[in-house]
Design a protein around this ligand. Structure first.
Ligand code: ADP
Ligand code: MG
Length: 306
């Protein structure tokens, strides 16, 4: 089988004697999107920083596009494009100047710089703001500019660290489209997220990281299936709740409801429940994704009505 585009084995990192990564194994194959899903402080950014050669691991190995992050750092950097959790653009330049500068740094052929810059600014809805200095941009606009800059070189390997945190829903949808188009063009993506629904929507595979350890790795469907199967949940007039197993198909739900009728159950409310990634997270880590010391983003997602 073809060598993975991103591979870490037993990755370790400690800060001040405190382990932050405690043996992280990840594999991302060509054309895949892997979501590294975990709450604040789980070790996502540390993993991403090691992969992009900004921080050296204390132990274990990490390879990107076949190159070792320690001994072949320059080659890793050439293969990979990183978008950080915080926008890395020059405040004093205009949006357009930032993108053109990035294009020249990325060795986009001189004749194509103008066109590529315009294309990326349009993609992230920044055409109207292109001539303004970044100082006047909102947080969401900076984030979009950051994405335009990092996606401009059409990277083979794209690493996105919480790319949609703080983005409005429209920009989030635009980013999801861009990730899909990178993959359609043969690219490989690792993205970190605190949003369960984002991992669900975008990723071929999800690795759940908690306190520096990958506690689960599989498709979103596999993670959910590991937690349990779908069921019809019935709220009964006497206050009891009853759960009846179903495979979730229309025919099978009809069968279950037929059974409910035959048994003469007095139902006030019913719904089909399929396990969500929230349920999976709780089952895998033993703690709620929205525990007090966790971030609001996860807590909000976990509490959204289904
Ligand atoms: N440079 C650093 N010095 C000390 N502690 C750090 C440093 N970077 C990260 N940490 C700690 O490591 C843990 C994991 O951080 P991080 O990888 O940023 O998590 P995440 O991105 O999942 O929120 C946190 O407890 C954080 O405080
Ligand atoms: Mg982070």
């Amino acid at each position: 089988m073809e060598e993975p585009v991103i591979e870490t084995r037993g990755l370790r990192k400690a800060y001040g004697g405190r382990p932050v990564l405690d043996g992280v194994d990840l594999t991302v194959r060509r054309g895949q999107v892997l979501a590294l899903l975990g709450p604040n402080g789980a070790g996502k950014t540390t993993t991403v920083r090691i992969l992009s050669t900004l921080v050296a691991p204390d132990g274990g190995t990490a390879r990107v596009a076949g190159f070792d992050v320690r001994t072949e750092a320059a080659r890793v950097r050439a293969a990979l494009s990183l978008t950080g959790q915080y926008a890395a653009v020059d405040e004093l330049l205009t949006g357009e100047e930032n993108v053109r500068l990035a294009a020249r740094l990325a060795h986009v052929p001189r004749r194509q710089v103008r066109e590529r810059a315009a294309e990326m600014l349009a993609l992230f809805d920044l055409t109207d703001a292109a001539r303004r200095t970044v100082r006047t941009y909102s947080g969401g606009m900076r984030r979009r500019l950051d994405l335009a800059v990092s996606l401009l070189s059409r990277p083979q390997v794209l690493v996105l660290d919480e790319p949609t945190t703080g983005l409005d829903p429209r920009s989030r949808a635009a980013l999801w489209d861009v990730v899909r188009s990178v993959v359609a063009a043969g690219g490989t993506v690792l993205l970190t997220t605190q949003y369960l629904e984002e991992a669900d929507a975008l990723a071929d595979r999800v690795a759940v990281i908690d306190r520096g350890v990958v506690v689960a790795d599989g498709t979103a469907a596999e993670l959910k299936a590991a937690v349990g199967s779908a069921h019809v949940e019935l709220a009964l007039a006497d206050g009891r709740t009853e759960r009846l197993a179903t495979d979730g198909t229309v025919g099978d739900v009809r069968r279950v409801l037929g059974e409910v009728e035959r048994r003469g159950l007095d139902v006030v409310h019913w719904q089909v429940r399929t396990p969500t990634l929230d349920d999976a997270f709780l089952a895998l880590t033993g703690h709620d994704a929205g525990t007090a010391d966790r971030t609001p983003a996860l807590a909000t997602t976990a509490q959204e009505p289904r």
